[in-house]
Design a protein around this ligand. Structure first.
Ligand SMILES: [Mn+2]
Length: 441
């Protein structure tokens, strides 16, 4: 698939607008936003680097160890501390942007070497009474902020300086990230479209005797050749009893004839991710028991999507899915009590133990509150999230007919709240039984 990269890119102009919006949300204060560090994998090998999402949201900068300072009072509103250019590094691992690069290519008002962070941080915070910093975010910055706090506390007592307070910037940032702009929606849609291609190829390639990781390779190959350089999270490619392990990522079992295959995966495109789940029979035809469970999950998923529109609480989506799943399990005599009692005693929880929805964006479990003032968050246009009910009969389930054993079924789509209702971004990925069986033939 050809993707129009200029249309769907977050430009420097947009990054700047985001920084300005954040600064305009506070009357006084300085934001200290650390980027990600590299993480060791083994010996001298690091894990693939991926920038912190909020840091990227305001900068587009992809190198490790950087720290962003946003300061509305200073003539340098946007200062970035970065690893300096290093000719040796350039030869071995690639050129860093360095101080010049961060100013020229990422529009920082001022670039500074990360080695000067400590001394500069004292200077920069001097004029302020409030620091926005999320304690616990960064093991190097945490103690520096503590030092500043202690120094200011002492000097305000002895030398008439103003004391300083620390505030968490995340509520402000998360509120911004929760509502997606049209550029962001385009990127999520592209990630979903790429993911769709992967799912279709994975379905076509499904065959007993193959290893889960072979199917994973086909799925992710499709992601790569369609423009997604990485996944939003490790793909879950689970067959047989593995379908009942919610975050199964070993992906190394052999596909068996009468079992199910569950794939939960998402391509990441320009930092925005999809998050899709489909479940299908390995031999191409659902057994009667698999079909019975699948139909319940599908109905729960479709009916809970139908109600999505601005103004309804996000919790009502889960509530709707839960009611349908409970009724379905009662009809199959798997649950043997009244709906009311099942809900009260949470008897459903061993079959459906996770939530139905989470926000989706730069992070697969994107930031944003699910509750505000002790009430479930009301949906607004521009919010994107998943709807993913499931039913699982894993090893923990005793006293169940053997025909249901090891069945795990989840169906997940990505939804955008629009002005008038909603849009299913992943509507083209087959989930009706007849469509799935047709592809697998
Ligand atoms: Mn999900």
């Amino acid at each position: 698939m050809k993707t129009n990269s200029t249309m769907s890119k977050i430009t420097n102009k947009i990054f700047k607008e985001r920084r300005n919006r954040l600064l305009n949300m506070v009357s006084d204060g300085i934001f200290i936003l650390p980027g990600m560090h590299s993480t060791k994998r083994n010996n001298d090998v690091d894990y693939e680097f991926r920038q912190n999402s909020s840091f990227w949201y305001f900068s587009g900068f992809e190198e490790p160890d950087a720290v962003m300072i946003l300061d509305s009072k200073s003539k340098n509103q946007y200062t970035m501390f970065v690893n300096p250019y290093d000719p040796d590094m350039a030869i071995w691992v690639g050129a860093r942007s360095g101080i010049k690069g961060i100013e020229k290519n990422f529009c920082a008002d001022k670039g500074t070497s990360i080695e000067k962070l400590k001394e500069k941080l004292f200077e920069i915070t001097e004029q302020h009474e409030c620091i926005y910093y999320a304690f616990g975010d960064d093991p190097i910055i945490d103690p520096l902020i503590t030092e500043i706090l202690i120094e200011r506390r002492m000097s305000s007592e002895r030398r008439n300086k103003n004391p300083i307070q620390i505030k968490d910037p995340n509520p402000l940032i998360n509120e911004m990230r929760l509502i997606k702009t049209k550029e962001e929606i385009n990127l999520i849609q592209t990630a979903v479209d790429i993911t769709e291609k992967g799912f279709l190829k994975a379905m076509e390639a499904t065959q007993d005797g193959k290893n889960e990781f072979e199917i994973q390779a086909i799925l992710e190959y499709e992601f790569r050749i369609n423009g997604a350089k990485r996944n939003g999270y490790p793909s879950i490619v689970a067959s047989g009893k593995n379908t009942c392990t919610l975050h199964y990522i070993e992906n190394d079992s052999i596909l068996k004839n009468s079992e199910l295959l569950l794939i939960d995966a998402g391509a990441e495109f320009n930092y925005y991710t999809a998050d899709i789940t489909r479940t299908w029979p390995i031999n191409g035809v659902f057994t009667k028991a698999q079909r019975a469970i699948y139909e319940i999950v599908l109905e729960a998923q479709k009916k809970s999507i139908e109600i999505i529109k601005p103004g309804i609480p996000i919790s009502s989506v889960h509530q709707k899915a839960l009611e349908i799943i409970i009724q379905g399990l009662i009809d199959l005599k798997i649950l043997k009590d009244t709906k009311k009692n099942v809900i009260e005693n949470k008897e459903y929880i061993k079959y459906f133990m996770h939530g139905t929805s989470h926000w989706l964006g730069l992070d697969v479990h994107d930031v944003g509150n699910y509750n505000q003032n002790n009430k479930s968050t009301l949906l607004k246009p521009g919010m994107t999230f998943t709807v993913e009910p499931g039913i699982y009969f894993g090893e923990n389930i005793k006293n169940i007919s053997t025909k249901y054993k090891n069945i795990g079924i989840r169906i997940e789509d990505n939804i955008l709240v629009t002005n008038s209702g909603h849009k299913i971004l992943s509507n083209n990925i087959p989930k009706e039984i007849v469509d799935i069986e047709k592809i697998l033939k």
